[in-house]
Design a binder for this molecule. Structure first.
Ligand code: NAD
Ligand code: DAU
Length: 340
């Protein structure tokens, strides 16, 4: 058995990754370490908690003493770090916690992995480390060689963590890998992000706040495809390498919102254009040639079926997101959108 630490597993992608491994990869024994911030939800892991291959530990990746003790006790073979502050808009309001978790937290995990001889450390980075591409140059894509050029406090903190991970390969010879994925969507996505925000608000017949002119482009990937890619990198990725993950699925924000409205049978009159995000990245577009060539990864879910499955999931799991939006998140929405 492979003893695997998954940090941030009570969040969106981490939880999907845990379910993917429990269902498809019997060789993994999983420990999830999560601080349960506003974005972490233990209810998401209800089913996983029934498995004897899964254990949950609440704690902060930036708490070095705690992390050291956990590594000493568990003797992990592999580590995947999903834990992060992940929302760009929050990073614009309060950058500090992004530095603590995303940078100092990653450093603490790297040090513990090194000290306790972890076989493979994988850092879940993001395509936002490349900055953005012009809207009009449709033939330009992010490759692993594209220079790092960040825009928001979030992406700057993720780039620091990403580069620190690569420094541990070069300096200490640690067996690390890094993945830079495009925008994910699917089940358990926190309703502050574009797709779940629009689904949950449209279902309640509330206005849909589209930033600026709605023409910014994101490259959407169904979350399970991201999970498969990470498992392949963990298993077969080359040490010290970066892998881009994305499925050539670019859409403007307004197209995405209109698709959701069509799926739900709701009117376009719900759309409201609001003040743009500060420093708003124009376009993301990933070239996934390297992971496809080296590891044989290709995405399996196209956007039409992925968005259908996602809308259905939100329809069938109303309690999951209604509990979130009726809690402290209601105050967040009021604070962030009242002056837009
Ligand atoms: P999320 O916000 O849904 O989940 C983050 C999780 O990390 C939560 O469970 C939270 O409680 C936990 N966490 C936060 N601070 C912590 C700390 N100090 N110690 C321990 N746990 C802590 O995020 P997500 O969308 O699932 O993203 C997961 C990772 O993937 C992040 O590193 C993010 O940068 C990266 N990523 C996300 C996307 C995307 O589209 N969502 C795309 C590419 C990369
Ligand atoms: O590309 C990967 C990144 O994707 C991840 O690293 C981040 O963790 C993740 O949050 C995501 O970042 P984005 O900023 O692209 O995602 P978000 O869902 O916040 O916004 C997507 C687009 O929709 C963006 O152009 C801003 C716009 N938007 C967003 C919100 C929340 C709106 O127009 N209205 C909104 O209310």
């Amino acid at each position: 058995m492979i003893k695997l630490l998954v940090t941030g597993g009570a969040g969106f992608i981490g939880s999907n990754f845990i379910y993917y491994l429990l269902e498809n990869k019997p060789e993994y024994d999983i420990v999830c370490l999560d601080k349960l911030t506003y974005a972490g939800n233990l209810k998401t892991l209800d089913e996983a908690l029934k498995s004897d291959r899964f254990r949950f530990v609440r704690g902060d990746i930036a708490d070095r003493e705690f992390v050291d003790a956990l590594f000493k006790e568990e003797k992990f073979d592999k580590v995947v770090n999903f834990a992060a502050e992940s929302h760009v808009d929050r990073s614009i309001e309060s950058p500090e916690v992004f530095l603590r978790t995303n940078v100092m937290g990653t450093a603490s995990l790297l040090d513990a992995s090194r000290k306790y001889g972890v076989e493979r450390y994988h850092q879940v980075s993001t395509d936002e480390v490349y900055g953005d591409l012009p809207l009009e140059a449709k033939d330009l894509f992010f490759t692993e060689e594209t220079p790092i050029h960040t825009s928001s406090p979030y992406s700057a903190s993720k780039a620091s963590a990403d580069l620190l991970t690569l420094a541990y390969f070069r300096t200490y010879g640690m067996n690390v890998t890094v993945s830079r994925c495009s925008n994910n969507y699917g089940p358990y996505h926190f309703p502050e992000k574009l797709i779940p925000l629009m689904i949950s608000r449209a279902l309640n017949d509330e206005s849909l706040p589209v930033y600026g002119n709605g023409l910014n482009v994101r490259d959407w990937l169904y979350v399970e495809d991201h999970c498969k890619a990470i498992e392949m990198i963990l298993d077969k990725g080359r040490a010290g390498e970066v892998y881009n993950i994305g499925g050539h699925n670019e859409r403007t924000n307004i197209e995405v919102v209109r698709t959701i409205l069509r799926q739900l049978g709701k009117p376009e009159s719900l759309i409201t254009y609001v003040k743009d995000r500060a420093g708003h990245d124009l376009r993301y577009a990933i070239d996934p040639a390297k992971i496809s060539r080296e590891l044989g990864w290709t995405p399996e879910t196209d956007f039409d079926s992925g968005i259908k499955k996602t809308v259905e999931w939100y329809l069938n799991n109303r309690k999951w997101w209604e509990d979130i939006i009726s809690g402290e998140y209601a105050d967040y929405y009021e604070k962030m959108y009242s002056n837009k």
